[in-house]
Ligand binder design. Structure first.
Ligand SMILES: Nc1nc2c(ncn2[C@@H]2O[C@H](COP(=O)(O)OP(=O)(O)OP(=O)(O)O)[C@@H](O)[C@H]2O)c(=O)[nH]1
Ligand SMILES: [Mg+2]
Ligand SMILES: [Zn+2]
Ligand SMILES: [Zn+2]
Length: 379
């Protein structure tokens, strides 16, 4: 008889159990693990789109990963370009692993209206002070790009070697595992925290084994405080949305109800031009301070979404913390995990209001200004 407690669900990596239908890894009595049969949570996610959060702590994830690292020849650290600050935190952890680390910058398709993958690699290499040869920018849902990556890995490693896919939640590790091992067994979903344990796949030709691990969570300040619907609204599907605005002192620009910038001083010229970049479901609203207050109390979820009303109260809106900011032309003001505001003309002083635990980041702009974008294309 098969001891199901020692087997993992091939979709999410959770150990199977027969006790609790609401918990991860549940296998109804009578089903036998055969390498393809999935736990109930995976089945419901894949066939009915049910989004079920599962409680799993980074400590447990890290010890699961550490038990595998010895047999791996290298780490592919997957970074999500749409959530760069949150996802690149995982690199701090990989440096202690004493294995070669390659950075796979994923979801480049969401910026393809504005940037090429080589422009993205260059920006990431400057931000992380990393050798560009160690950076691969890709879209895991682009079959040809994944096949190229697979060939590159097969040229670098010998048959029988193992490569670990590592990163924070939702960066696309399982999507990559699926593409690299040509298998549709791993469960992929928009809900951060889909994979719960180690999953393996082997490429047919190259005989390289890939290990997919659960995504690390602690660098994402939204995960524990928002419902699945609001969390998935932060995941871009096809493309980021962008819009341009001219802002004057006394005006506010809000990214949903997740954070808002108030502009106080633009110097003599009296205005700035900005461009916002957010996932498709995040609304962007520009108005003056008084009108903005009226949107917050009572909360106008129709104009400031996400969050939903219940997440708004768990984030303690509208009483967010104010951070003073000074921004110059071609800098991004990032709300990590949500989106960013790029200054295209002028400089300003202002303040950004964010829930406690979410800190703003100022960085050199990711998407180049329109003038450079055009020369970039014609080169
Ligand atoms: N636009 C875009 N979406 C992608 C890409 N790669 C993955 N996704 C989507 O990102 C979401 C998360 O993908 P997963 O592969 O489940 O991510 P993961 O890193 O395994 O996530 P966890 O298991 O939660 O740690 C899914 O909705 C994927 O369809 C990509 O290259 N471009
Ligand atoms: Mg996964
Ligand atoms: Zn499962
Ligand atoms: Zn919500």
């Amino acid at each position: 008889m098969v001891d199901i407690l020692k087997k993992r669900c091939p979709g999410c990596g959770a150990y199977f159990q027969e006790e609790n239908p609401e918990e991860a890894g549940y296998l109804p009595p009578g089903k036998t693990p055969d390498g393809k049969v999935l736990c109930r949570r995976c089945f419901q996610m894949r066939h009915y789109g049910v989004m079920k959060k599962a409680s799993i702590k980074d400590r447990a994830i890290k010890s699961d990963i550490l038990s595998q690292i010895k047999r791996c020849s290298a780490v592919l650290m997957v970074v999500d370009i749409s959530q760069f600050e949150i996802s690149s935190e995982a690199l701090n952890w990989a440096v202690d692993m004493d294995k070669p680390v390659f950075v796979v910058v994923n979801k480049c398709d969401v910026l393809k209206r504005w940037m090429t993958t080589s422009q993205i690699s260059k920006w990431v290499s400057e931000r992380l002070h990393l050798d560009p040869n160690r950076i691969i920018s890709i879209s895991a849902n682009d079959r040809r790009a994944v096949a190229n990556l697979r060939h590159r890995i097969e040229d670098t490693f010998s048959p029988g070697e193992t490569v670990l896919l590592l990163g924070t939640t939702n960066v696309g590790k399982s999507t990559l595992l699926s593409g690299l091992s040509c298998s549709d067994v791993p469960t992929i979903s928009t809900l951060p925290g889909t994979t719960l344990g180690i999953i393996e796949g082997t490429s047919k030709n190259g005989n390289i084994t890939y290990i997919d691990a659960p995504g690390l969570k602690e660098s994402n300040p939204w995960l524990s405080r928002m419902c699945p619907k609001c969390l998935t609204a932060l995941i871009p599907h096809r493309s980021f949305s962008s819009c341009s605005a001219t802002i004057k002192p006394g005006q506010v620009i809000a990214l949903g109800g997740l954070g808002w910038l108030r502009v106080d001083d633009c110097g003599d010229r009296g205005w700035i031009k900005v461009e916002t970049f957010v996932p498709e479901k995040v609304t962007v609203h520009t108005t003056n301070v008084e009108k903005f207050k009226a949107l917050c109390e009572p909360f106008r979820g129709d104009l400031m979404s996400p969050p939903c009303e219940s997440c708004w109260s768990s984030l303690q809106g509208p009483n967010y913390l104010e951070h003073s900011v000074t921004l110059h032309v071609n800098q991004d003001l990032v709300i990590p995990g949500c989106g960013w505001i790029t200054v295209r003309s002028g400089n300003f002083l202002g303040s950004i209001s964010l829930p406690q635990g979410v800190d703003p980041v100022v960085r050199p702009c990711l998407v180049p200004s329109e003038a450079i974008r055009k020369t970039g294309r014609s080169r």
